[in-house]
Write a protein that binds this ligand. Structure first.
Ligand code: TXA
Ligand code: MG
Length: 329
């Protein structure tokens, strides 16, 4: 895309947002389905397009950390530290909401999730729009998040007024969500910024709150066990048992796909013999996160069952393992 086209497209996107419409846009994590965060009617359209229950809160995307105080109050020093170190980037901070934040955005919670995305198209849109953009991942509720514009179009179709195409999302898993609204900071969703990085910046251990219960009853869709699910069944099977499992599924007439990390356990010969589709997610955690959702989308198109085993839970491996577990339900 050359610059003039992009400028014209951004202007169109801004006009749609000001008009209460929906614009899907790329971020470094996944594509977002955006609406004007200060317009409750526009925000309601997000929930309708996604088929998402209205009491699930949305993240407000900002152009810069300078905008925090327009959306949050009682902002603790740690939030400034994390914003300075991680923004723009794949970190969402849950803070006490300012009075102006509509209930439609927060699902009535006293807190709001804020993030500055690290993508040139998202930042150009946010700067040109000049306000906050509420955006969940641009997928139907409960489905796998989109990391390309094509994923968005095939998942949401006409429900979106405009899809800005910024190529494949570099990080590939959603932002890490840190709750800084209470006395004890905690990670509500592992994501693109590793727990290790955040703990180093915070100078303290950060518990990971994986369930609705221990998050204090906060209803967060990313916390539902059944979230991020493909249509195919995803089974978590130890690598050493995958070939045998694939063979028995095959005998029952099922088409089997395998998601592997670092080529572990599977050779090209195995897949030929088993007639299974193999997608290897590469050598590093970064590569694996980047390709994870595209691989699930791809296998989902042709397979009845997908076999995978979570990687080690260090660095981005924590977010990858979390998403695989939720996709397996
Ligand atoms: O990487 C991302 O975060 C992407 C891109 C588009 O920015 N967005 C995203 O949004 O993943 P969504 O809606 O799919 O997931 C946001 C998660 C949900 O689990 C939601 O419940 C949680 O953030 N959340 C939002 N506001 C919250 C709040 N005030 N308290 C607790 N959880 C909150
Ligand atoms: Mg989502």
């Amino acid at each position: 895309m050359d610059a003039p086209v992009e400028v014209a497209l951004i202007a169109r996107a801004v006009a749609i947002l000001r008009d209460g419409g929906l614009v899907a846009f790329p971020t470094e994590t996944v594509y977002g389905l955006g609406a004007d965060a200060s317009d409750p009617a526009a925000v309601a359209r997000i929930f309708a397009a996604k088929g998402r229950p209205a009491d699930h809160p949305l993240i407000v995307h900002l152009a810069s950390a300078d905008d925090i105080d327009a959306w949050a109050v009682d902002v603790p020093p740690l939030a400034r530290v994390l914003a300075a170190a991680c923004w723009p980037g794949p970190l969402t901070m849950v803070l006490r909401r300012a009075a102006r934040v509509p209930d439609a955005v927060t699902g009535g919670l006293p807190t709001v999730g804020l993030r500055v995305p690290d993508h040139p198209v998202a930042l150009a849109l946010l700067r040109a729009f000049g306000g906050g953009i509420a955006a969940p991942s641009a997928n139907r509720f409960g489905q796998v998040s989109p990391t390309t514009a094509d994923h968005v179009r095939s998942g949401l179709g006409d429900a979106v007024d405009l899809v800005l195409d910024g190529g494949a999302s570099a990080v590939g898993v959603e932002s890490t969500i840190v709750d800084l609204s209470g006395d004890v900071p905690a990670i509500l969703r592992p994501g693109g910024v590793s727990r290790e990085t955040l703990e180093r910046l915070a100078g303290r251990a950060l518990p990971v709150r994986g369930t609705v219960e221990d998050a204090g009853g906060v209803r967060a869709p990313g916390m539902l066990a059944s979230h991020y699910a493909p249509d195919a069944r995803l089974l978590l099977v130890p690598v050493a048992e995958q070939a045998a499992r694939a063979a028995s599924l095959r005998e029952r007439g099922l088409v089997v796909g395998v998601l592997s990390f670092r080529g572990e356990g599977w050779s090209a010969d195995d897949t030929r013999v088993m007639d299974a589709r193999l997608v290897d997610l590469g050598a590093s955690e970064e590569e694996a996160a980047h390709g994870l959702y595209a691989a699930i989308h791809e296998l989902d198109e042709t397979c009845d069952v997908i076999l995978a085993w979570p990687p080690e839970e260090t660095g981005l491996g924590l977010a990858i393992a979390d998403r695989l577990r939720r996709a397996a339900g």
